[in-house]
Design a protein around this ligand. Structure first.
Ligand code: ZN
Ligand code: ZN
Length: 301
């Protein structure tokens, strides 16, 4: 005889099972990778030797962030999971401290869906560092150039106002000034500013197009270029409270200024130079890894 279920009717039990199935399922819409249009569900668990429609876009993603280089092959435009892709996925999993399977497993796909900086993790074939890293060639600002001026020039409006944008920038510059010989000064003389910060949307003229909400959040160029671009389509906030669907403009500014000064990405998750930042995640201040990185860059060159 079937046991009686005192608290649930059959219908509500069925609903509960369905809800649990949805929750324990692999993906939600929020875990979509903006840079990859294919349904992630279809790509999950794909591995070497398989051909799955959409793998081509994952290759583009891995290539964009420095993990995959197809200089001498036309496989870049194929949906085939080849050996180079497996090597790239292993390098990606190593960087983000995931289990190194070489497969497109759920943890790897979830990591790819976290918003991040557009600057590659690996540049010119350099090996990713366990801690801070430099931009290849170690570009730095000259030693007689430690007073840097900055200005804001945007081609489109973000969801934060000019005052909030300036407050976030000034906070982030102050943090870097505390641990270095640099001083940063806002200038109205845009033509002569050393650093230009601004919000842009989609393709904006530097070959590093933005991708709408999520995914690629911002990028900055190494010394002495001085350009820092934010994706105007993100749901930015400058507040002390960062809600679940918001991106922390102060934290991202801290990160991008690190690039302006010559730092690359760090695998150290507590470092401000770690490449990804979750929606709702708040990052404030520099870690010892960031401080060591900048001080080492400007003392050893
Ligand atoms: Zn970055
Ligand atoms: Zn740009």
């Amino acid at each position: 005889m079937a046991k009686k279920l005192p608290y649930f009717s059959k219908a509500s039990l069925l609903l509960l099972i369905q809800l649990l199935a949805i929750q324990s399922g692999s993906f939600t819409n929020a875990e979509r990778i903006p840079e990859i249009s294919k349904s992630l569900k279809d790509l999950e668990e794909s591995q070497k030797g398989q051909t799955v429609q959409g793998l081509r876009e994952v290759k583009h993603y891995l290539n964009k962030y420095g993990y995959l280089n197809y200089e001498y092959s036309n496989n870049f435009e194929e949906d085939e999971f080849d050996e180079a892709m497996e090597i790239a996925i292993k390098a990606y999993q190593t960087f983000f401290h995931l289990k190194v399977t070489g497969k497109l497993d759920i943890d790897t796909i979830k990591q790819m869906s976290i918003p991040r900086c557009g600057v590659p993790d690996i540049m010119n074939g350099s090996v990713a560092q366990p801690q801070f890293s430099f931009i290849p060639g170690k570009p730095i600002w000259p030693f007689n150039k430690h007073n840097l001026t900055y200005a804001f020039v945007s081609s489109t409006g973000p969801n934060v106002n000019v005052h909030q944008m300036k407050a976030a920038g000034s906070y982030a510059f102050r943090e870097w000034a505390k641990i270095s010989n640099f001083t940063f000064e806002l200038t109205g003389d845009v033509g002569n500013a050393d650093l230009i910060l601004g919000f842009h949307r989609g393709e904006h003229g530097d070959g590093l197009p933005f991708d709408g909400p999520g995914g690629h959040l911002a990028h900055a160029l190494p010394p002495t270029n001085g350009r820092l671009h934010y994706d105007a389509d993100e749901n930015w906030t400058v507040g002390n409270t960062v809600s679940r669907n918001q991106i922390d403009l102060r934290g991202v500014s801290l990160h991008e200024i690190g690039h302006l000064l010559g730092l690359g990405h760090s695998q150290n998750e507590s470092s401000i130079m770690y490449p990804s930042i979750k929606e709702g995640q708040k990052k404030r201040g520099l870690s010892s890894d960031d401080v060591d990185g900048l001080q080492s860059l400007y003392s050893s060159s």
